[in-house]
Design a protein around this ligand. Structure first.
Ligand SMILES: NC(=O)C1=CN([C@@H]2O[C@H](COP(=O)(O)OP(=O)(O)OC[C@H]3O[C@@H](n4cnc5c(N)ncnc54)[C@H](OP(=O)(O)O)[C@@H]3O)[C@@H](O)[C@H]2O)C=CC1
Ligand SMILES: O=C([O-])CC(=O)C(=O)O
Length: 276
């Protein structure tokens, strides 16, 4: 081979598990072209419906069951209901591959997945998702963090269906103003609101863990955006930040969540990497 020959690495094959608000947007970005990546498979619950949509992509890919994804890809983006996390991520991690995990709350109860990744040289990547500031929290965690607090406020329809509401007989439909509906640890928040506050879990994993990260959840009928405010006290810095996310087609999920996955993929493969 000529010493000047350039070997172009083959693109990383990406599978998307869950073709809802996040999966759909990430698939679109991959189909439009993300340098270093190639979309190769999608898992959906309603396969015929997803296949009809996927047929409209520039480069349609097979729509398959979750169990088939690992054979078709080097990395999986998990964008499915939280209960499916282990089923989606385990085969990839056991094969030493990477899993980008959106259902961060489920990860708190699935510590075996981290061990699986460790044993086989795989990696679980939790993107910033709908939150901000995880870079600063992770940096502060290299010193001593005294406290981390998250206050989440969502429009009522961004919270409906959460098991915590059902368990506690909380009916949000008639509330007149901003109402605090939960206060506790990130671990408790993840259990009670598995599809609503994955941000709390991600924050806790970046910082001082799910039992010391404190969370409040508010329902506010006057809000139109999913709002998350974090405040951190550490020996290196004190900071507070807020984000007002525009809901996506799924009112529970901010639009920025899928964009965070796309940015995360770019960061994993690009020649310039900015941020912790
Ligand atoms: N980390 C973060 O910051 C954030 C995380 N999230 C989390 O990200 C995940 C994805 O969110 P989002 O896209 O909004 O959720 P959606 O509900 O819009 O999409 C999930 C998709 O998974 C599909 N699905 C259900 N069962 C299966 C199955 N067995 N195999 C394949 N697909 C299946 C659903 O299909 P169907 O609709 O037909 O049931 C749906 O299309 C959720 O867990 C959400 O809580 C969301 C926002 C922020
Ligand atoms: O999108 C959001 O605002 C946050 C969200 O749903 C989650 O953390 O699960």
């Amino acid at each position: 081979m000529n010493a000047m020959t350039q070997i172009r690495p083959r693109p990383l094959r990406v599978a998307i598990a869950g073709y809802g608000a996040v999966g759909h947007r990430v698939a679109q970005a991959l189909d439009d072209g993300l340098p270093g990546y190639e979309l190769t498979a999608i898992a959906a619950r309603d396969k015929p419906r997803a296949a009809r949509d996927v047929a409209g992509l520039r480069y349609p890919v097979p729509v398959v069951d979750i169990a088939e994804l690992e054979g078709l890809a080097d990395l999986v983006v998990e964008a499915a209901p939280a209960a499916l996390l282990a089923e989606i991520a385990s085969p990839f991690l056991a094969a030493g591959k990477r899993a980008v995990v959106l259902s961060a709350g489920a990860l708190l109860e699935q510590e075996a997945l981290v061990e699986l990744a460790r044993q086989h040289g795989g990696q679980i990547i939790v993107p910033s998702g709908a939150l901000l500031g995880l870079d600063a929290v992770a940096a502060a965690a290299q010193g001593e963090i005294h406290s981390v607090r998250l206050v989440t406020a969502k429009p009522v329809k961004g919270l409906l269906g959460a098991p915590y509401l059902e368990r506690n007989g909380i009916d949000l439909t008639g509330i007149a103003g901003a109402t605090r509906i939960f206060q506790g640890s990130a671990r408790q928040a993840a259990l009670g609101f598995p599809a609503n506050v994955n941000v709390a879990a991600a924050l806790s994993l970046a910082g001082i863990g799910p039992d010391r990260t404190m969370v409040e959840i508010w329902a506010d009928p006057a809000l139109t955006r999913n709002t998350h405010s974090i405040s951190v006290e550490a020996d290196s810095a004190r900071f507070s930040m807020s984000i007002e996310g525009v809901p996506s087609d799924n009112p529970k999920t901010g639009r920025i969540t899928a964009l965070s996955v796309i940015a995360c993929l770019r960061k994993l493969s690009g020649p310039l990497r900015v941020g912790t």
